[in-house]
Design a protein around this ligand. Structure first.
Ligand SMILES: [Zn+2]
Length: 270
């Protein structure tokens, strides 16, 4: 799907407002600054997420506040086309939120896939970014978005977008756990979890250095205020340390099972 002037159409499809920030914010900023057209689509409104400061939101209006946070975050990066599929956040397995019929997890897969297909038909993306099969740490909404987007792309005949999964390598979680522990910070996950979270290290196809974009990426991330606890483990990390973590992004290029192999255009774009 080649467009005029070698400018690409880019579709980002994630589960919650803020899912774009850490794993792909630098790449999105780089694409925008190079003139490519980016659309951000968020499947749920993150209704059951944390509220870092009760003056920012209530459980009742968190969904609206988080929509605003994502719009602000995209404004920083320069993405004007921000859309919401307005599913309810599915929470974690075993919680009532996960049983809610309005949740993404409980929604008819065919309906969600039809929405994804409509977006692809309208925007004709060259690049499509979404969650990897692990969802980073297994959140049902991340995994559901991954499955619906992948099924939709695999059902397409002819030209398909280059489908990239945003990865969080297991080795990074291990290093993070160790570094936090060494610095007296309680990690946000137990040591026993380390084998179960993150993308397998050999799964990543594309590693990108975003050092030049860390500043704008951090500024964008800061818009997700309800999700940032200054007293939490990440809030206690030194700025240099955070910069280091945020300067590399990891992707997996999904080769269609029933289509031709695709060039890793993200690796050779800039
Ligand atoms: Zn999420």
């Amino acid at each position: 799907m080649t467009h005029d002037n070698n400018k690409l159409s880019v579709l980002c499809l994630f589960a919650h407002p803020d899912d774009e920030a850490f794993g792909s914010g630098g790449t999105i900023a780089e694409l925008v600054q190079n003139g490519h057209r980016v659309t951000m689509v968020c499947a749920t409104n993150g209704d059951v997420g944390e509220i870092s400061d009760p003056t920012l939101a209530t459980p009742e209006n968190l969904w609206q506040v988080r929509q605003g946070e994502l719009c602000s975050a995209m404004d920083v990066i320069g993405v004007a086309d921000v859309r919401f599929l307005n599913y309810r956040d599915s929470g974690m397995p075993g919680t009532p939120d996960n049983e809610n019929p309005a949740s993404l997890f409980q929604s008819d897969p065919a309906k969600v896939e039809a929405q994804v297909k409509d977006l692809i038909d309208e925007l004709r993306p060259d690049l499509l970014f979404t969650h990897d099969p692990t969802g980073g740490y297994g959140h049902p909404d991340h995994v559901t978005v991954h499955e619906r987007v992948t099924a939709t792309v695999e059902s397409m005949d002819g030209d398909r977008p280059h489908l990239y999964y945003v990865c969080f390598p297991q080795k990074n979680f291990r290093t993070l756990w160790q570094d936090m522990t060494d610095n007296g910070i309680t990690p946000p996950f137990a040591k026993e979890m380390l084998d179960e979270i993150g993308s397998p290290d050999d799964y990543v196809t594309t590693v990108r250095d975003l050092g030049d974009y860390v500043k704008i990426k951090k500024e964008s991330l800061r818009c997700h205020q309800t999700q940032l606890d200054p007293n939490g483990p990440f809030g206690q990390m030194a700025p240099e340390w955070i910069n280091n973590w945020m300067s590399t992004e990891y992707f997996y290029l999904k080769q269609p099972d029933n289509g031709p192999a695709q060039e890793d255009i993200l690796a050779s774009l800039f």
